[in-house]
Design a protein around this ligand. Structure first.
Ligand SMILES: Nc1ncnc2c1ncn2[C@@H]1O[C@H](COP(=O)(O)OP(=O)(O)OP(=O)(O)O)[C@@H](O)[C@H]1O
Length: 268
């Protein structure tokens, strides 16, 4: 059953000039699910996410958020419902962490509704959740790559939208922080019934947290469904050209892949 916070892509084609990058993709990211998009470098994951957030136009097809056509609705109404964390975002020089995170609240302001106590609380909560409250008054550009990445995530959390699209949010983060972040995103998806879509490169981290995994190659979706159906030896071979064993981890019982080169090393 469709929900107001589901985001659906129907037959989307996205091109840069004459170069077609996304070839007729259809998918629905459901409220309450952490949907993970994986695929080889250059296959069109970022372009698809940008199309979903209407940062790039569609050549063909439609993106619907509940009953709204994302590419036709007003910018403000979409910004209240959908947040995108792109790859490698850049902030103006001198901006403090609190100022950056506060930008997440701007779509919620109007002439009649100025900055309120509720906005300050949302900013404080987002900084706590992303574990950056201790940097609140420091310039963003003075922080490490991983600390900065967590500040951008706090900005997206402060925006507090039903749909959250995050393009490789775990870049620069150490493994423990990656796990903490995905746990947080999963809890937001499940607890607040948000549609959270994340592009990830680490397949084992993706498999550990995805409610739903989508594999893309050459601008098309090759597999879409629960991890147990999509994260298979055959799909890793077809989509990534990766020869790997897929097995259950003994402690967590989660599916993990072990590339063949590692298996050979272990056997030596
Ligand atoms: N602004 C642009 N203009 C022209 N071509 C672009 C532009 N952005 C991306 N491309 C091309 O579109 C293709 C898909 O890029 P995209 O960034 O969507 O892939 P991706 O799957 O996110 O890759 P990665 O995993 O490396 O981040 C690539 O061939 C890239 O060169």
């Amino acid at each position: 059953m469709s929900n107001d916070a589901d985001i659906s892509v129907s037959d989307a084609v996205i091109s840069y000039g004459r170069k077609r990058i996304v070839h007729g993709v259809s998918l629905t990211a459901r409220a309450g699910d952490l949907t993970v998009l994986v695929g080889p470098n250059g296959c069109g994951k970022s372009t698809l996410l940008k199309g979903m957030a209407r940062v790039v136009p569609l050549t063909q097809g439609e993106i619907r958020l509940g009953d709204q056509d994302v590419h036709r609705a007003s910018t403000r109404s979409i910004a209240r419902k959908l947040a995108l964390l792109p790859q490698g975002p850049i902030a103006p020089e001198g901006l403090t962490v609190r100022e950056l995170v506060a930008q997440g609240r701007f779509p919620h302001q109007t002439l009649l509704r100025q900055w309120s106590k509720q906005d300050t609380e949302a900013v404080d909560t987002a900084m706590e959740q992303a574990d950056v409250a201790q940097f609140a008054d420091q310039p963003l550009n003075d922080l490490s790559g991983g600390q900065r990445q967590r500040c951008w995530i706090a900005m997206i959390l402060a925006q507090d939208t039903p749909v959250m699209l995050l393009d490789e949010p775990t870049t620069f983060l150490d493994l423990k922080v990656q796990i903490d972040l995905l746990q947080l995103l999963a809890s937001i998806a499940h607890g607040k019934a948000r549609a959270v879509v994340v592009v990830l490169h680490d397949l084992n981290v993706a498999a550990a947290f995805a409610d739903r995994m989508i594999m893309m190659r050459d601008g098309k979706i090759c597999a879409d469904g629960p991890v147990s159906e999509v994260f298979t030896r055959e799909n890793l071979q077809t989509v990534f050209g990766l020869s790997a064993d897929v097995m259950r981890a003994p402690m967590s019982n989660r599916l993990v892949c072990i590339p063949a080169a590692q298996i050979r090393l272990a056997a030596e």
